[in-house]
Design a protein around this ligand. Sequence first.
Ligand code: FAD
Ligand code: SF4
Length: 510
Amino acid sequence: MANLILILGDQLTPDISALDDADKQHDRIVMAEVHDEASYTNHHKKKLVLLFSAMRHFAKQLEEDGWQVHYQRYHPDNEHRSLEAVVAAQAKDLKPERIITTECGEWRLHAQISEWHKELDLPVEIRPDTRFIATKQDFQDWAEGRKQLRMEYFYREMRRKTGLLMDPDGKPEGGEWNYDADNRRKWTGKPAAPATFRVEPDDTTQEVIDLVNEHFTDHFGTTDDFHFAVTAEDANQALAHFIDYALPCFGDFQDAMSDHEDWLFHAILSPYINSGLLDPLAVCEAATQAWYAGRAPINAVEGFVRQILGWREFVRGIYWMNMPGYAEENRLGNTRSLPWFYWTGDTKMRCMHKAIDSTRRNAYAHHIQRLMVTGNFALLAGIKPEEICDWYLGVYADAYDWVELPNVLGMVMHADGGYLGSKPYAASGKYIQRQSDHCANCHYNVNKSTEEDACPFNALYWHFIDRHRDDFAKNPRMGMMYRNWDKQKPEKKEALLNRANKLLDQIEQL
Ligand code: FAD
Ligand code: SF4
């Protein structure tokens, strides 16, 4: 008897576990662009184009490989507006023995699919997602009994497990586990950043661009200048482009920001890895081969591998171990709404304007902009975690709940009480000045803290430190901040807190 196999939009991998032992002759694959998934959050228009186009290309490839595929294209008047409705209609037609799928990347949909067997009166087999390097169980075994979970120790385990960047004696290549200290250079325009990898839209992509422009007008961002890869073949070209042109400098300028460059030396591979067009382990192997071949230095390659083998796997483990409660966390008690300029980029703060504008145009901002600019501001201003999480989930082409939520709620907002990160990434304007040239072009003055034109990050930083004394004063990594704060004259402290309160009162005008 036949099975009905559901493949989701971020499962565009030919050896996805749902297809294990499948029968091309009898089984039917279902893929669908449905209203509910496209509209449950304010997905960036470019993300919609990327996913719909990549899904269409993937379905075509499956058909050419001899699979039977039922593919539903998006239309607002589609009769079936949810995945369940599409699957139910196909099940009625095929009368399969079971429905098979690979576990999805977010709790919301996972909870729904886990209940389908009742409504559909059919067994629903949910298979593990073998594209991750650690299984959920591996992560739980590692986490068990540990008071604090620290990415660095998990990452070392993963290095040992995979043998990536390990020498034959089981020691880390180059002698160190982590070369982060070498990866903090400011970029002053030299060496020139490489041109971004581009794929011009083919007919399928152009059709989807037209569809998104017609039916998703209210969604964030623009489809202009869409140049993402939408097939595995092109995504592999993007990987090769990164290794050849950007990886050698990836480490040095990993934490840099520029007023003139959106992409710098970053990989721009997360949209492909997260949707299944690229395999994370293969990406790490390609980078390590570049080191063995002498084509990229160890600080670049180790730094890059750590992001995927370490951070990416770590946040996924945290997500599944702690959902659904994790999404509700707000340990710092934040109550402020997200300022409107997060959606428009209309702010006099140059660093924020640049990060948001890149996000709007590209569905991309690099890690340090997400963490130390838009994230840092939300942390200092005390934005409600659910509002800033919704923003990050909507605006990036690589955003999926399993990876966005721990990064935002845990890493940026410290709303989990330090479960994911040992200290909040709070910083004043000095950090942004050190890592970028934004301040030179800003309305505000980064060297001032209490005056009308003073950089907002400066006073907000001390306000954050002051109002969260009970949360952080005993944190050994925060001790110096509190000693510095306590050393300031009372008049200066008062002026800083007054300035911060004024900024918070007028937050929409910043
Ligand atoms: P590079 O900087 O070149 O890094 C290489 C790869 O490492 C990335 O492609 C990605 O696969 C992985 N990676 C790096 N850092 C992380 C991380 N912290 N967590 C998981 N993977 C990581 N990443 C997402 O994939 N989706 C998200 O929704 C997302 N939201 C984020 C929100 C915030 C507030 C922060 C601070 C980070 C977020 N990240 C997210 C992580 C990271 O910023 C992006 O993966 C990265 O910017 C993607 O661009 P890139 O491919 O050029 O990455
Ligand atoms: Fe950002 Fe402050 Fe620098 Fe302006 S002065 S760019 S607000 S850090």
